[in-house]
Design a protein around this ligand. Structure first.
Ligand SMILES: C[S@@+](CC[C@H](N)C(=O)[O-])C[C@H]1O[C@@H](n2cnc3c(N)ncnc32)[C@H](O)[C@@H]1O
Length: 425
């Protein structure tokens, strides 16, 4: 009998498949992403410690240690911790005397760490944590800065790319706009007409055009096309008063007889089916070209709507030769073992030192409560809100963003629950 050679599907085929699944999945809707993260990171009640439960698990400690090792931080470098959560990277970074020495150098050549998240209260917690550690170990606090920023690129960017002719086919729009079903894109591709082409590309529509759309498409499909037209006209800076939910908002952004499109965001506009969240015409994450020597984004990519666009921005923000370390939970992640182990460890060790001197029972309850919210997170993954990536998908995303020398590592316990990638610009 002949041996059959099993071949892995190509990374791009896998990404395509995931995109298709993502756009098909029913969504229960997270209205305010930062608000959702705030509850997850900080916990809901007085006696909850939220994400800091992670820091207590051996699996997380090993995982973060590996990421720190892969960053290879040297004097004088600027490191971005993007999507920093409650600042556990800083804490683990200053865990060893060898690393602490780096942050005490007196010649002003300490590395600098820029801690970035869009949850302000988590940043506050990170700052406080750092201050304590700095005071305890004589660390130069000025080496650490904290800033609030959204790591998602404006959701209008794919529309901009489409209008710029960067997508060689309509199919490229799939999975890139929230609320746009693959089915609609297939429908357009099948019966593509000059009228549809112009409409999707921001034609100023007359009432006759709108009637024609409703005649040629079902009500729902016509609404999707009208939303696409509105988004395209925003990008082309051709909005009119009827595009706004409230005409007062239109007047607010008027400067003389011109609408200042740069001040408008999509949350003021009427979108029936598509969701662009709060997107503006600013298509960059707010950091400069080549600003960072190294970037860490630990378990963040999966939560960004369009990780590809964010990765391209990370690439832009890195110096030539700069290094990126990113990680993701694996698609079928199961954290129950990790939390059960921690609970057993606390229960069996009478000398277990709880964080912040918490009562044992309170700490155990906090772990159980966090395990529940983490299980909810997995439910959201199943629903298609988030996408945990396989090794091949992660590699495919990094390659597509231009990164080179991509090395992948299994991490987070046995069996490993996460993948880490280290690569270069
Ligand atoms: C699972 S936590 C990881 C925290 C930290 N990197 C760690 O490994 O301990 C994901 C983090 O990403 C942040 N995040 C998610 N979406 C974001 C966005 N659009 N902009 C900035 N931060 C975001 C969340 O606020 C949260 O702090």
């Amino acid at each position: 009998m002949e041996d059959v050679k099993i071949q892995d599907p190509s990374p791009s085929a896998l990404v395509k498949l995931r995109n298709a699944e993502w756009s098909r999945a029913p969504k229960s809707g997270i209205n305010d992403q930062a608000d959702y993260w705030e509850k997850y990171l900080l916990g809901r009640g007085q006696l909850e410690i939220g994400f800091d439960v992670m820091a207590e698990t051996q699996e997380y400690q090993e995982f973060m240690k590996k990421q720190i090792e892969l960053l290879e931080i040297h004097s004088g470098e600027l490191i971005g911790d993007l999507g920093s959560g409650t600042g556990l990277f800083n804490q683990m970074l200053l865990n060893t005397e060898r690393q602490r020495r780096l942050f005490r150098s007196s010649n002003g050549r300490c590395p600098k760490i820029l801690t970035v998240d869009f949850v302000n209260s988590a940043l506050e917690k990170s700052k406080l944590r750092l201050s304590h550690i700095a005071a305890q170990h004589y660390i130069n606090e000025n080496s650490f800065e904290f800033t609030s920023a959204n790591l998602e690129v404006s959701r209008l960017k794919p529309i901009w790319r489409f209008l710029n002719g960067e997508y060689f086919s309509l199919i490229k729009l799939k999975g890139k706009i929230e609320g746009l079903p693959d089915y609609s894109v297939d429908l357009w591709a099948k019966d593509y007409s000059e009228f549809l082409h112009e409409t999707l590309r921001g034609k100023n529509l007359t009432s006759k055009d709108v009637r024609r759309l409703h005649k040629e498409f079902s009500h729902g499909e016509a609404e999707i096309i009208l939303d696409m037209n509105r988004a395209a006209r925003f990008v082309l800076r051709k909005l009119v008063v009827e595009d706004f939910k409230d005409p007062r908002q239109f007047r607010y952004f008027l400067e003389g007889s011109y609408l200042n499109h740069l001040k408008v965001d999509t949350s003021s506009l009427r979108f029936e089916k598509l969701n662009f969240r709060k997107s503006t015409l600013n298509f960059s994450i707010p950091f400069q070209d080549g600003q960072f020597d190294k970037i860490l984004s630990s378990i963040v990519l999966s939560y960004l709507f369009n990780p590809q666009e964010s990765l391209q921005e990370f690439y832009r923000m890195l110096k030539p030769g700069g290094r990126l370390v990113v990680s993701t939970f694996r698609p079928d992640v199961d954290m129950s073992r990790v939390y059960t182990r921690l609970i057993q460890q606390v229960e069996n060790d009478p000398d277990y030192v709880t964080p912040n001197g918490m009562a044992r029972e309170d700490f155990l309850n906090a772990v159980r409560s966090f395990a529940n919210s983490a299980a909810f997170l997995l439910h959201l993954e199943e629903e298609g809100h988030f996408r945990f990536f396989s090794r091949a998908e992660l590699k495919g995303l990094l390659e597509a963003a231009g990164f080179e020398i991509i090395n992948l590592y299994d991490s987070f316990g046995y069996p490993p629950q996460a993948y880490i990638a280290a690569c270069s610009k």
